[in-house]
Ligand binder design. Structure first.
Ligand code: MN
Length: 196
């Protein structure tokens, strides 16, 4: 059985950038549903005892009838776990070593920020914008629906959920304000932990 990790803060902790009602619904309804549907879809199969990351990494060798379950609901489960983990009330500052990695891959911190924002703004439909590790490089990639970088053998570091359910209650169509809000809440220590 797969389970939801506890939310690392209260529903109100991310206000005003992300409102309490959105956090509550996003976590207790959307995130929980991905978990429930993954459990339902893998019930009575050998895959119900696998580690989630292994399921995503090996998605192409799973039985065809289970691929959509793992792609949509397995991806959804891990994506949201990382989403919550990589936020912290009040935001944080990236460490010097991590900043060097970013500069090495993007040329400057400002260029990284610009690319991340532009990618998230440009994503069409529902999906996620990820900072990910690809061999020795850090890159930013948009993924549709609930796909996760692990399905393409990339290491997920920091994801922005760009589904409308992530921001519409508070921001309606103002995606850029949500993206700015999300960026103000990044838990860099957690991102750095994933990279190391
Ligand atoms: Mn979501």
């Amino acid at each position: 059985m797969f389970t939801l990790s506890p939310l690392p803060y209260t529903y109100t902790a991310l206000e005003p950038a992300i409102d309490a009602k959105t956090v509550e619904i996003h976590y207790t309804k959307h995130h929980q549903t991905y978990c429930d549907k993954l459990n339902a879809g893998l019930e009575w199969t050998e895959y119900s005892s696998w580690v989630l990351e292994d399921l995503l990494t090996n998605i192409n060798s799973l039985p065809d009838n289970l691929k959509p379950v793992v792609r949509n609901h397995g991806g959804g489960l891990l994506n949201h776990t990382i989403y919550w983990e990589t936020m912290i009330a009040g935001g944080s500052k990236p460490g010097a070593e991590f900043q060097q990695s970013i500069v090495g891959s993007f040329g400057s911190w400002a260029e990284f920020e610009k690319q991340y924002k532009d990618k998230a703004l440009a994503l069409f439909g529902s999906g996620w914008t990820w900072l990910e590790k690809d061999w020795d490089n850090l890159i930013i990639t948009n993924y549709p629906n609930q796909e996760n970088p692990l399905m393409y053998w990339k290491l997920p570091l920091l994801g922005i959920d760009v589904w409308e359910h992530a921001y519409y209650l508070h921001y309606q169509n103002r995606r850029v304000e949500y993206i700015n809000g999300r960026r103000s809440l990044i838990n860099w220590a957690e991102v750095e932990k994933k990279l190391s």
